[in-house]
Design a binder for this molecule. Structure first.
Ligand code: ADP
Ligand code: MG
Length: 255
C-alpha cells in the first residue's frame, strides 16, 4: 500500500492554545480513513493543518512524498487536495451551477462541463436546482453541493469535515453511499472526519480516534467497531449486566 498522506507529530495552536498535541497519522492511497472524536477533540484543526488553512508549529505533513505543511491553501488545492469544510461554506448568493464552476477555479482544461455533468450524475437533485441560489437549498442539498464543488477539483484526496452534521438518518446514509462510490468509481482517497461514529466506521477502511488534541486509538474500522471502548463511548451502547441478563443501553455521549 502506498501512503498518500503522512502526518508526523504535528502541533497546531490557536494563539497560545495548543489544539493539536503531536498527532501522527497515515492515509493510504485508495482508502477511506475515518477520524473520530468528540466535539473539541481537534479534528477540524487537523484538516485545516493539512489543507493549509492553518500552519503547524511543529511536525510534518507529507503528501505524495512532498512536505506541504505551511503552504497556501490554494497551492495545496492545486496539488489535488479538496477540503470540504465543516458547515459546508457554499457561496450563498451564487447558484448551484456557479458554485460548481468555482470549484474548478484552479483548472485550465476544457473538461469542466463534463465534470459538472458527472456531479449531477452523483447528485441528480442538484440538476433540478441549477439556477437556485445556494442559500435556498436544504442542509442536505448544500452538503451535496459542497462535495460536488470539491469534486470539480478532480481531487486525489478529499478531506470531509462532518458531512453528516444536521442531516436526517436517510440523508446520512445517502452521503455515506456517495463517499463509497467516489472512492471506488473516481479513485478518490478520503479522510473523513465525523462525530457520527456509526457512519464513519461503516464507510471507513481504517480509523483513528482523537481526544483532546491527541490520537488515542487506531485500528481497522472493522476492529474499532468491535472494541468495547468504542461501543461504550462512541457508539452509545453499554453492555450492562442486570441480574444475569445483559442488555444494551443507550448512552448519550454521542449523537
Ligand atoms: N478559533 C479558535 N480559537 C481558539 N481556540 C479554538 C478555535 N477553534 C477551535 N479551538 C479550540 O481547539 C480545539 C480543537 O477544536 P476543533 O479542531 O474545532 O475540534 P473538533 O473539530 O474535533 O470539534 C478545541 O479545544 C477548541 O476549543
Ligand atoms: Mg470540527
Amino acid at each position: 500500500m502506498t501512503v498518500l498522506l503522512d502526518i508526523k507529530n504535528i502541533e497546531t495552536y490557536y494563539g497560545p492554545v495548543m489544539a493539536i498535541r503531536g498527532v501522527s497519522m497515515q492515509v493510504a492511497e485508495g482508502q477511506i480513513v475515518s477520524l473520530l472524536g468528540a466535539n473539541g477533540a481537534g479534528k477540524t484543526t487537523v484538516l485545516k493543518t493539512i489543507s493549509g488553512a492553518m500552519d503547524p508549529q511543529k511536525g510534518m505533513v507529507s503528501y505524495a512524498g512532498e512536505a506541504i505543511q505551511g503552504k497556501d491553501p490554494d497551492w495545496v488545492a492545486r496539488q489535488g487536495i479538496a477540503h470540504v469544510p465543516e458547515g459546508r461554506e457554499v457561496f450563498p448568493f451564487l447558484n448551484v451551477d456557479e458554485n460548481l464552476r468555482m470549484g474548478a477555479f484552479s483548472r485550465h482544461d476544457g473538461d469542466i462541463q463534463a465534470d459538472i455533468e458527472m456531479v449531477y450524475d452523483y447528485f441528480p437533485v442538484l440538476k433540478t436546482l441549477i439556477k437556485s441560489q445556494a442559500v435556498n437549498l436544504s442542509g442536505g442539498q448544500q452538503q451535496m453541493l459542497a462535495i460536488g464543488r470539491a469534486l470539480m477539483l478532480r481531487p486525489r484526496l478529499m478531506l470531509l469535515d462532518e458531512p453528516s452534521l444536521g442531516l436526517s438518518p436517510k440523508l446520512v446514509q445517502e452521503i455515506a453511499e456517495i463517499i463509497r462510490r467516489l472512492n471506488t468509481e473516481q479513485a478518490v482517497t478520503v479522510l473523513l472526519v465525523e462525530q457520527n461514529a456509526k457512519m464513519a466506521l461503516e464507510v471507513g477502511d481504517y480509523g483513528y480516534v482523537m481526544e483532546v488534541g491527541r490520537i488515542v486509538m487506531e485500528d481497522s474500522c472493522e476492529r474499532l467497531r468491535d472494541a468495547t471502548d468504542i461501543q461504550e463511548f462512541y457508539l452509545g451502547m453499554k453492555d450492562q449486566g442486570v441480574r444475569g441478563r445483559r442488555r444494551w443501553k443507550q448512552r448519550k455521549t454521542w449523537r
